[in-house]
Ligand binder design. Structure first.
Ligand SMILES: Nc1ncnc2c1ncn2[C@@H]1O[C@H](COP(=O)(O)OP(=O)(O)OP(=O)(O)O)[C@@H](O)[C@H]1O
Length: 247
């Protein structure tokens, strides 16, 4: 039987007097990738922050694997728009940071270079973020997200600032790593095509707080982007979002 891993039950949240989420329910399984889409301002990032434990619900509960989320947990990793790479840290130091914080030393270097190699960054170990392109910086941030073997990765529009080619490259790495590692991935995007490429399920956050879940038949299809059906599904999703805005 399928079992929920991340569970939001009747979650309401307000910033001051502005109610952002009203009785939102979500049930996500372990090892699956979920894309969250919805109109601007509907509360997608707020949901991410609640699962991350950065915000607390006013009402309702968020739990992970049966334990209530009361603050950030070390097995949850994040990749947000602001990458949080420090100008004084080399790529190697940045990627090793999560392991160092947990007390790993020599193993850290090996693990870091193993991952840098996987992400095509092995030559950049001694470079600083400002010496790298936007796409390379994103891959460094992704390496830092993956290094500790998190069981959940939360991403907020991870490719929105990238040009088309770099975006595709990073999406490829994210998709491959998620499928290989079986990490639970939950990400917010404005890009319907990205949702269909990286999400095994696409979740639509609606105005009334309802979340519609659509299974993506193209998720395990490597050639999906060469198929007309893939783009037809994207158009359908875009129309659903538009109806949501108009309705
Ligand atoms: N720190 C904050 N203080 C006050 N209001 C906030 C804060 N963060 C977000 N909001 C408001 O809460 C609402 C939901 O914001 P949120 O960022 O969750 O939406 P979103 O769906 O992710 O939007 P977008 O797609 O535009 O990124 C918005 O109206 C926003 O202005």
């Amino acid at each position: 039987m399928k079992k929920e891993f991340i569970l939001m039950e009747q979650v309401s949240f307000s910033f001051g007097r502005q109610q952002v989420l009203k009785k939102v329910c979500l049930s996500l399984e372990q090892g699956i990738s979920y894309a969250l889409i919805g109109k601007s301002g509907s509360g997608k990032t707020t949901i991410l922050n609640l699962i991350a434990g950065f915000l607390k619900p006013d009402e309702g509960t968020v739990s992970i694997n049966g334990t209530r989320v009361l603050g950030p947990r070390k097995e949850t990793a994040f990749l947000f728009q602001e990458l949080g790479l420090f100008p004084w840290q080399t790529v190697e130091e940045a990627v090793a940071m999560p392991l160092k914080l947990r007390g790993g030393k020599q193993e850290a270097k090996e693990a870091v270079y193993h991952l840098l190699e996987k992400l095509g960054l092995e030559k950049y170990g001694n470079k600083y973020p400002q010496e790298l392109s936007g796409g390379e910086q994103q891959r460094v941030a992704l390496a830092r997200t993956l290094i500790g073997g998190p069981d959940i990765i939360l991403m907020d529009e991870p490719t929105s600032a990238l040009d088309a080619a770099t975006k595709e490259e990073l999406q490829g790495v994210i998709r491959e790593e998620q499928q290989r590692r079986g990490t639970t991935l939950f990400f917010v995007t404005h890009d319907v095509e990205e949702a269909m490429w990286l999400g095994q399920y696409v979740l639509i956050l609606k105005e009334d707080g309802e979340v519609e879940q659509i299974e993506n038949p193209y998720y395990f299809n490597k050639d999906a982007r060469e198929q007309l059906g893939f783009y037809e599904e994207c158009i359908k999703l875009r129309q659903l979002l538009k109806m949501e805005k108009e309705g």
